[in-house]
Design a protein around this ligand. Sequence first.
Ligand SMILES: [Zn+2]
Length: 525
Amino acid sequence: MLLPCAADKPDPAIPAASCGDEGLTINMAKFYITTPIYYVNARPHLGHAYTSVLADALARYHRLKGDEVFFLTGTDEHGQKVERSAKAAAQSPQRFTDELSQAFRNLTPALNLTNDDFIRTTEDRHKLGARELWRRAKKSGDIFKKKYAGLYCVGHESFISEKDLMDGQCPEHLTAPEKMSAENYFFALSKYTPLIKEYYARHKNFVIPEAKRNEMQAILNDGLEDISISRETSQTSWGVPVPDDDTQVMYVWFDALTNYLTALGFPDESAPLFKKFWPTDVHLVGKEINRFHSLLWPAMLISAGLTLPEHILVHGWITVDGQKMSKTIGNVVDPFELVKNYGADTVRYFFCRELVIQNDGDFSYVKIEERYRADLSHELGNLVQRTLTMVEKYANGKTPPPSHGEAAPYLESYQNAMTIFALDQALAKVWEFLASLDKAIEEMKPWVTVKKDPAAVNALLYRLLESLRLAAIMIAPVMPETAQKIWTALGLSTLRPESAILKWGGLKEGTPIKKGVPLFPALNK
Ligand SMILES: [Zn+2]
């Protein structure tokens, strides 16, 4: 699957740019995926859970394929907004961020995430790397000091231009900006416009999906502007100190983005994790922070002499019952509550199946319960139970001799969809596969056929069992617990990369099945 990039001569101006062809290529030996680090001025909500589940499903998929995977998440803890929220809660910023960071960390067990690390930007290992990146950018001549005055939105943690205001307020934060003048450090982002344009030209799938790439391309065509990357400590002191200047701390984004490096051990470029996993294969981000990852981040990396990421994968937002989540409307959904009610696998399935990565999606209790009843309980759960019951009845509870199946087209479509991160399409293929099995049962009616042609029934039963084995592998990245339950029911041990090969014929004749309780019992309502 690794496509060569022979046609692509690396540009010496872009350090160690990787394979630049048209396809979605990933270095198959390793896979480094990140969520954004979550900003800790409020508790985790549905959107955070969604991002983390998408990343986890992709991480699990690559692990099952046998790739070496590093999956990173964490919390972004600096900035004036956190400082003010802490003050409002009558806590020190450190204590405030300790508590909220832990709430985000709790997403891991709740959602059954497999992140390999959890980084906090208040950790020393992070600050060390963030400061080193600053020094490198300075050495490249990209950091300079500038005086300016304007309107500052605390919500944005940046200046906002008069023309973007609505009735004197920031339209996003609905607060009036504050008049401010400052002398800050700037990063020479404008200088990188041509290099980044070129990187986009050579990496057609750097930003996915295309619509989001086009948005970035439009900004690039207008030309990037230099950005302020520090704040005076008189304004906010809750940040990473600027090297060689105690009067300033880093702008929260300039500090936060470097987490993807510092978690791997940067600035020590000989650190084992850094050597193995850098550059990132997929930075998964919400659309509101796309430009930081797709325009600023590459410039910072080029400035510091580092390799650029392969893909920025941009997902849409989740609304609840068609409305933006907000405390005022009172429709904020607590992911922990959701998992308690429906189980982690169901929540994960909903995120990956009902919501399409590149679009905005909608959550409602009606929709998640419909998915539970129709897809999980009826189509998957019943098929498993029905198959096992027939194997007990007609084959002494043991796997019959191998027979043919029609899995190949489904397996192929599934893999193609996963390669382009289309989890919803991949799952849709699995459910088509399940439907084809249901149809085969209805057509043969084993309870009738068994009397005159037991061999035909045995052949069907093998086909069903083997197909369920393959389906379990395919759903494992999204529903790991369910996949293992199916695997166990088939008389297999632990679902591991060595055994998770998507190829017909893995089940051995005579393997005793272990029929358990139904996978998705009726919801008690
Ligand atoms: Zn704002």
